[in-house]
Write a protein that binds this ligand. Structure first.
Ligand code: 5AD
Ligand code: SF4
Length: 443
């Protein structure tokens, strides 16, 4: 049986896409997945181009695979994801090892491309498609998961000045709600307890039912929360620009919606936000959080931050630090600004030194880490509802591994029957994002 090896970088959308790639190649060509690149007949790279460093990973990896290609002349290397749609045939210019370039929208055509290359041995590039046909393959080659992603829309119409996504993933395409519900029910039937709805602008989601009625994210969450076996719902990544009162409202009466929200603010300075074309002010951002907190006073808010955006002054940066204190952001992601090809910010003069950018990143992460520590410490002695995902070994001793609502890993002793179930764990120790505890009761 032929084997594929898939290397995935980037966001959760890419992870979801990679599982679809495995499903499609299993169904159409009967390829199985291997975790050893040297055993594979096809090597697939699902790439990310959000920052330059992420993009460069592709070429480093290709360099490492030179020998595999030398040993096996029939080895096929296929490159997909956002670097493909951004760089297109330039990838062939930088590396002669690549045979296929496909994009997030042409995953469903991979079997055809692979067959063609086996016959003709001529490089293929196929990255454009108006429709998203890949999603219908979610059932094939299904692997049981306690927590599962469902991609509900992809692409972006917002054009923040720094962001490459509208160019790599294209304009927004929204899946229809029936298909999403069908996928959620299928997952629930097969052991999934937690669903994470995905989209680059997940709260801009607006699908259409077969009868023509529209379905927004809050409606979709409501419908998914009606599925009995689904006990937890998350969504990623939201944009403050589209965080409507309607979406805020569902925090009131949807207990399955977790008490944690990822709402990237990017910067604490209105001036920087304007240059980033984020189209909201800090006071508007705070208003959203305050409204949600009316229903969920203890909700954990997480964010993404960019430091060193062109023109960001020391004062602007201080405003970001202040916002982190004010909102008390929990586990968050922060990056040094990376100019991306084709974006409007890439034409701005970048006068901040790398040393200063690194310093800002360090200070920001120190502030965030203080918050993480604060929240984790506060959890000591409390009973946490933990979704138990798997067993792991620590110092050769078997332990259970689960997640709290606020995305902390909990490691504890307990019977393996708890896997796939919720249980109460009394937290006894806190190390940043990992907690230790004692199992009390199955829920
Ligand atoms: N440079 C640095 N960080 C970026 N992000 C997006 N584009 C860039 C860029 N050009 C960050 C944002 C976004 C996250 C996914 O990546 O913070 O929310
Ligand atoms: Fe990276 Fe954005 Fe593409 Fe995801 S959508 S892989 S984050 S560039």
């Amino acid at each position: 049986m032929k084997k594929i090896y898939i290397q995935t970088w980037g966001c959760q959308m890419n992870e979801y896409d990679s599982s679809l790639i495995a499903n499609i190649l299993k169904k159409k060509l009967n390829y199985t997945q291997t975790h050893h690149s040297e055993k594979a007949d096809i090597l697939i790279l699902n790439t990310c181009s959000i920052r330059e460093k992420a993009q460069e990973k592709l070429f480093h990896q290709l360099g490492r695979w030179k020998n595999l290609k030398k040993k096996n002349k029939n080895l096929i290397i296929a490159v997909g994801g956002c670097v493909s749609t951004q760089e297109k045939k330039n990838i062939y210019k930088r590396s002669s090892l690549v045979n296929i370039i496909f994009g997030p929208k042409t995953i469903h055509r991979l079997p055809k491309m692979i067959k063609e290359i086996q016959i003709k041995r001529k490089n293929i590039i196929n990255i454009n498609s108006k429709k998203l046909k890949k999603y219908k393959f979610f059932k094939n080659n299904f692997k049981k998961k306690i927590s599962s992603y469902i991609s509900i829309m992809e692409g972006c119409n917002k054009f923040c000045s720094y962001c490459v996504v509208p160019r790599t993933r294209g304009r927004e395409i929204h899946r229809n709600p029936q298909d999403i519900l069908c996928e959620a029910k299928f997952l629930a039937k097969n052991g999934t307890k937690e669903i994470i709805l995905l989209g680059q602008n997940v709260n801009s989601y607006i699908g259409t039912f077969e009868n023509g009625l529209k379905c927004n994210l809050s409606k979709l969450i409501k419908l998914i929360s009606n599925i009995n076996n689904i006990k937890r719902i998350r969504f990623l990544t939201s944009n403050p620009m589209d965080f409507t009162n309607d979406l805020i409202g569902i925090y009131k009466n949807t207990p399955k919606l977790v008490n944690s929200l990822h709402l990237p603010v990017q910067s604490g300075s209105n001036q920087v936000l304007k240059k980033m074309r984020r189209k909201y002010s800090i006071s508007e951002y705070k208003k959203i959080i305050n409204k949600i907190k009316k229903f969920r006073p203890n909700i954990y808010i997480t964010s993404d931050f960019i430091v060193g955006f062109p023109g960001e002054t020391k004062k602007d940066f201080q405003k970001t630090l202040k916002l982190i204190k004010d909102i008390k952001f929990d586990i968050s992601f922060s990056f040094i600004y990376s100019p991306r090809p084709g974006t409007s910010a890439s034409r701005l003069k970048d006068e901040i030194s790398l040393q200063e950018k690194k310093k800002r990143l360090y200070l920001l992460q120190r502030e965030i880490n203080n918050n993480i520590k604060y929240f984790s410490q506060k959890m000591i002695g409390t009973y946490q509802k933990v979704l138990v995902e798997k067993k792991i070994y620590i110092n050769k001793k078997k332990k259970l591994f689960g997640k709290t609502e606020n995305n902390r890993t909990v490691i504890f002793n307990g019977p393996k029957e708890l896997i796939g179930k919720f249980s109460y764990v009394k937290i006894s120790q806190a190390h940043m994002q990992t907690l230790r505890g004692k199992y009390k009761q199955i829920i």
